[in-house]
Design a binder for this molecule. Structure first.
Ligand code: NAD
Ligand code: IPM
Ligand code: MN
Length: 359
């Protein structure tokens, strides 16, 4: 099968983890007789440096014509002082909006071999298998007005948290659909004791739930959810929540697995190409050193194979290969206290390829 994949390496460790992904995809292409055609395009800081804008028209057009998009990460200190609408992150937000990627899936899977890498106790993390379904194109990230008003001590900054019934309904429905496929339960996370948008969110969840009488669901306030994720993460199956809460809770949840460098994501629209990216950022503190953990990005490739291409054998083989290298004791620096044993990004990637081709 022939597939066009847009690769947006971005900034910091983005190009390093994307290189791992293209290497692995090429290997899978050879093994299963697929043609994965990569088109590289600029997004974020690298695009600002080259063309003065974080989301060039050319990049958007490459993505729209692709079957799937793979993204490394964007941002970094070099661009931190730019005005908000010219920052690298604005390019990613623009891409999510333009491709209508409203559904962001962030699965949290425990690897037995990594039990010692998590700061949480073994008996708390054993058996955790949850997915955060994060709304990605609305809420505080996009609400208008967003501006500065006045000057000096009188200055104000305004962000707007707005959600339409339609926006809530489509993401909540996704949440219930996933709960149905997984044969599990749904927890809707909000702040309905304070926020009007959350009260509408709760109403819509109760309405949509009528269409899923077999799914057990509940509401949870976000501050409690943050605590429960650490106290007893096993209680969760599908968590559906708004944009900002999902961003924060998913970084928190990544530590159940042991590292932010482990968590993948898929951002999906109703019908266009999906975007697949690790949940971590450009990690300026380790960029250029070749030590970034590529597994979040490789697991994002698993999600691409699954959701964009429906290549389940290929996806299963890569997921197993990742599990195998961890079982064999291979670790990047973020997963071990023993620096002398830590593998580089390239070494870890080669281990995954070895495990894959041995199947
Ligand atoms: P970050 O996720 O980049 O890094 C947080 C910490 O986790 C750092 O110590 C980093 O070294 C570590 N880390 C992250 N990924 C890792 C990996 N694969 N392997 C090993 N260690 C890893 O978050 P930050 O430092 O708050 O943000 C840095 C920049 O990244 C900012 O400009 C931010 O806006 C941007 N960012 C981009 C994305 C994205 O493109 N999707 C996501 C989050 C943050
Ligand atoms: C993420 C990131 C982005 C977000 C930033 C870089 C805009 O933190 O993908 O989790 O907040 O959504
Ligand atoms: Mn984030």
């Amino acid at each position: 099968m022939k597939k066009h994949i847009a690769i947006l390496p971005g900034d910091g460790i983005g190009p390093e983890v994307c290189e791992a992904a293209t290497k692995v995809l090429s290997e899978i292409g050879k093994m299963y007789q697929h043609q994965f055609e990569f088109t590289f395009a600029d997004l974020g800081g690298v695009a600002i440096d080259k063309s003065g804008t974080p989301l060039p028209a050319e990049t958007l057009s490459v993505c729209k014509q692709s079957d799937a998009v793979l993204l490394g990460a964007v941002g970094g200190p070099k661009w931190d002082t730019l005005p908000g609408d010219q920052r690298p992150e604005k390019g990613l937000l623009g891409l999510r909006k333009e491709l209508d990627l409203f559904a962001n899936l962030r699965p949290v899977t425990i690897y037995d071999a990594l039990a010692d890498a998590s700061p949480l106790k073994d008996d708390i993390i054993q058996g955790v298998d949850l997915v955060i379904v994060r709304e990605l194109t609305g809420g505080l990230y996009f609400g208008e007005p967003r501006e500065r008003r006045g000057e000096g001590k009188e200055q104000l900054a305004v962000d707007t948290l707005v959600y339409s019934r339609k926006e809530i309904e489509r993401i909540v429905r996704k949440g219930f659909e996933f709960a149905k496929i997984r044969g599990g339960t749904l927890t809707s996370v909000d702040k309905a004791n304070v926020l009007e948008s959350s009260r509408l969110w709760r109403e819509v969840v109760d309405e949509v739930a009528q269409d899923y009488p077999d799914i057990e669901y509940s509401h949870m306030l976000v501050d409690n959810a943050a605590m429960q994720l650490v106290r007893n993460p096993r209680q969760f199956d599908v968590i559906v929540t708004e944009n900002m809460f999902g961003d924060i809770l998913s970084d928190e949840a990544s530590m159940i697995t042991g590292s932010l460098g482990m968590l993948p994501s898929a951002s999906l629209s109703q019908d266009g190409p999906g975007l697949f990216e690790p949940i971590h950022g450009s990690a300026p503190d380790i960029a250029g050193k070749g030590v970034a953990n590529p597994l979040a990005t490789l697991s994002s490739v698993v999600m691409m194979l699954t959701y964009a291409f429906e290549m389940t054998d290929e996806a299963d083989a890569l997921a197993e290969a990742i599990n195998d290298v961890l079982e064999a004791g291979h670790r990047t620096a973020d997963l071990t206290n023993d620096a002398s044993k830590a593998l580089s990004t390239e070494e870890m990637t080669n281990q995954v390829i070895d495990a894959l081709t041995k199947k």
